[in-house]
Design a protein around this ligand. Structure first.
Ligand SMILES: NC(=O)c1ccc[n+]([C@@H]2O[C@H](COP(=O)([O-])OP(=O)(O)OC[C@H]3O[C@@H](n4cnc5c(N)ncnc54)[C@H](OP(=O)(O)O)[C@@H]3O)[C@@H](O)[C@H]2O)c1
Length: 203
């Protein structure tokens, strides 16, 4: 299963104000920047409970009949008629395994804490981040502390007339990291072999 993030932030990296407001993002999503096209490729959403509660306050349910898995350790508020919502809880790897078993091939993960947990678990393959040209100083951050560096590969950056700047990154997967480790090991062995040869030559 592919797991992608598509998110808007202030230039200083916040997805919402401390009180959850995102009035600093352009109304209605602003200038078209690929969201609708992205949504058309998504089989399901995985959103945090706080994002779900924000979405419930919208005038209309934005996800149509696309399944939305809301992560929470507690019962959820009611979703509007027609919304397809299920609560899940647990380690991101277990959640991803469950979605895969349900036949979901492309999931969209949203919500700051939720994104951070999936990233930490190595489950996100692609990040599409649209930065809005405003500094808000404090708020709910897109990213947080990491236990180890998470290497990214820049794919593209697009700029829009209204000032939006969208960058797309691939996240180095576990298998890529493993391959790098093997390559590093080969290099280390080769360096050791050369040192042995040089030492033998001196002897
Ligand atoms: N700018 C944007 O594009 C954008 C996008 C999305 C959201 N937002 C904003 O971001 C804010 C919400 O982000 P946030 O970081 O505060 O929270 P969040 O990620 O939306 O929700 C966090 C909550 O999700 C639940 N959760 C997450 N992972 C879980 C897991 N593995 N198992 C069980 N429960 C899990 C927990 O709920 P419980 O406490 O119920 O257990 C946790 O408190 C909102 O204001 C929203 O409007 C902005």
């Amino acid at each position: 299963m592919k797991v992608f993030v598509f998110v808007g932030t202030s230039l200083d990296g916040f997805i919402a104000r401390v009180n959850g407001a995102f009035d600093f993002l352009p109304p209605g999503g602003g200038e078209p920047h690929g969201y609708d096209e992205f949504m058309a490729t998504v089989d399901a959403l995985v959103i945090g409970r706080k994002t779900f509660e924000t979405v419930l306050s919208f005038d209309a349910w934005p996800y149509g009949d696309t399944p939305v898995f809301v992560l929470s350790t507690r019962p959820l508020a009611s979703a509007p008629v027609g919304a397809v919502v299920e609560r899940l809880s647990g380690a991101p790897a277990r959640i991803a395994a469950k979605l895969t078993a349900l036949g979901i091939r492309h999931a969209y993960v949203d919500g700051g804490i939720t994104i951070q947990r999936f990233l930490q678990a190595g489950l996100i393959q692609r990040l599409i981040i649209t930065r809005v040209p405003v500094l808000i100083g404090t708020g709910i951050p897109l990213f947080g502390q990491v236990r180890r560096d998470i290497a990214l590969k820049h794919v593209a950056t697009r700029q829009y007339a209204s000032g939006l700047v969208q960058s797309e990154y691939l996240v180095a997967t576990k298998s890529l990291r493993g391959m790098r480790t093997k390559a590093d090991g080969t290099k280390r062995k080769e360096a050791a072999r050369k040192r042995r040869v040089a030492a033998a030559g001196r002897g």
